[in-house]
Write a new protein. Sequence first.
Length: 87
Amino acid sequence: MIQLTRLNNTRLAVNSDLIKYVEEAPDTVITLLSGEKLVVRETTEQVIERVRDFRRSVLIAPEPAASADGSPPEPASASAAEGRSRG
């Protein structure tokens, strides 16, 4: 989700996957796939940059930290399965 600002200065978060297109006429109007239109203070370029930044942050997720003994962390599903098998 990206954070934007309506013309009355209220903040809103928009699911960037639902954006159909963005246009300036002269205000920036975002049209969603549902047909709903949002008018925001940010420029078209700023909206595009926020979408890029958001998608980049999703694709480049931080790697999980190693455990205290230096070994790599176990996947959550493996540790959950062990707990069930120990019964």
